[in-house]
Design a protein around this ligand. Structure first.
Ligand code: BGC
Length: 425
């Protein structure tokens, strides 16, 4: 797996689905009813999403570009805030515009994976307490029930919610309450969608590869297991058994959660190094002394294919789609390297019996990264002034992999000339 330049031919299973991924708030622009937009303004962040990539207007040419690049599938999201800017007032023009975009993608032969909620909660919902309040789950159900009939025939795979396993509160009672309610919202969304569609449904899980900073240190070892529990295992366990088990919360059986997904939807980025000696439980990242990836240090945690394999083998009881995987880098060669190493990890997991059926790279284009435009995850560069789109070499690298349904070290070498070897330290 590690010797990137001498990989043998790695072929993926027939029918493997390839694509790229985005989220509405991060690319559309003008998502002004979203809570995110509001916190950014309140906190006076240097950058707010603003026009983002102006995808709200440029969706047609973006779809054409994806087709030209040979990307067969696209994971997109709806902005809940845009669809329902005020409680129970649904904006039909917005819904029609989403339907038009999805129909156009389908007319180009592009399969659509749709996330119903990826970080764009409406302001009114958050002012009512968001998912911290049990009774608010009902608002989310109303949204799902309203939107699904419009989009049901255009979707090839659903994500109800994106990455609710990540919660940033240090108060685990509050984080637990939110995770519980997100789980319920996910499950109820799942069952509503099932009333309308036979297509597979899941919610995307941010798979964290939590590892102890020092293996021999029992506190670090316990910390990494704890970290794994509150980020990964609570979710896997709840889906498999219906039981929600979270620190500082009474355990609860939520029958509708059991088996409420048809595939594991996995977003994987990096390793999380856990330290018992840090208040946030996470060790300081390890910067490479030699390499610069972006206008900041390159953290060695970003390339960690072993963590991907170990995470995936835990998910061998259902089909798996990788719904996000990528890296933030100005130097596009890192994206190519990241893709090569993580695709090889996926290939290893498949050999070990995990039924991985597809891969969506994050992200289709450079976009708004929740508080800033500095991080660059895109396969396509965006000029923030002219909104001109320029595919990067990594976009063509992925295009070639898709055409061959696989790749070898030769392809990696061709895209990374002059990098005879990779030394991180
Ligand atoms: C999120 C994306 C985000 C990406 C890169 C994922 O956790 O789903 O919205 O942009 O990570 O940070």
């Amino acid at each position: 797996m590690l010797n990137t330049f001498s990989y043998p031919e790695l072929k993926f299973p027939t029918g493997f689905l390839w694509g790229t991924s985005t989220a509405a708030h991060q690319i559309e622009g003008g998502d002004i009813h979203s809570w995110n937009n509001y916190i950014e303004i309140q906190d006076n962040y240097e950058a707010v999403s603003g026009d983002a990539c102006d995808h709200w207007n440029l969706w047609r040419s973006d779809a054409d570009l994806m087709a030209e690049l040979g990307f067969p599938a696209y994971r997109m999201s709806l902005s809940w805030a845009r669809v329902e800017p005020e409680c129970r007032r649904f904006n039909q023009q917005v819904i029609d515009r989403y339907v038009e975009e999805m129909s156009y993608l389908k007319s180009l032969g592009i399969k659509v994976f749709l996330t119903l909620f990826h970080g764009s909660a409406p302001l009114w919902f958050m002012q009512a307490g968001g998912f911290a309040r049990n009774e608010n789950v009902a608002y989310f159900e109303e949204y799902v029930r309203h939107i699904v009939p419009f989009v049901k025939d255009l979707v090839d795979g659903f994500n109800v919610i994106n990455e609710f396993n990540l919660q940033y509160e240090t108060d685990l009672t509050i984080a637990g309450a939110k995770r519980r309610n997100h789980l319920l919202a996910h499950a109820r969304g799942y069952h509503i969608i099932k009333e309308y569609s036979q297509k597979p449904v899941s919610s995307a899980h941010a798979l964290l590869a939590a590892e102890p900073e020092y293996n021999h240190d029992q506190f670090d070892a316990l910390t990494s297991r704890f970290y794994d529990w509150i980020h990964n295992e609570f979710f896997f366990h709840a889906i498999r058994t219906g039981e929600f088990v979270h620190p500082y919360c009474d355990a609860e059986v939520l029958p509708e959660v059991k088996n409420s997904l048809d595939f594991w939807s996995v977003n994987y980025y990096c390793r999380t190094v856990c330290s018992a000696r840090k208040a946030g439980l996470v060790a300081s990242p390890h910067a490479s002394e030699r390499l610069r990836m972006i206008d900041k240090d390159f953290y060695l945690e970003n390339i960690h294919p072993q963590g991907f394999v170990s995470g995936l083998v835990r998910l061998n009881d259902k089909p798996v789609y990788i719904t996000e995987n990528g890296i933030s880098a100005d130097d596009d060669r890192w994206r190519i390297l990241k893709m090569a190493t993580d695709l090889s990890a996926i290939h290893d997991a498949i050999k070990l019996g995990v039924d991985v059926r597809g891969y969506f790279h994050w992200s289709t284009m450079d976009n708004y990264e929740w508080s800033s435009f500095v991080p660059r995850f895109g396969l396509i560069a965006i000029d923030g002034k002219t909104m001109e789109r320029t595919p990067k070499p990594s976009a063509h690298f992925l295009g070639e992999i898709i055409r061959e349904n696989g790749f070898s070290g030769e392809l990696v070498k061709r895209y990374l000339p002059g990098m005879a070897q990779l030394k991180l330290y």
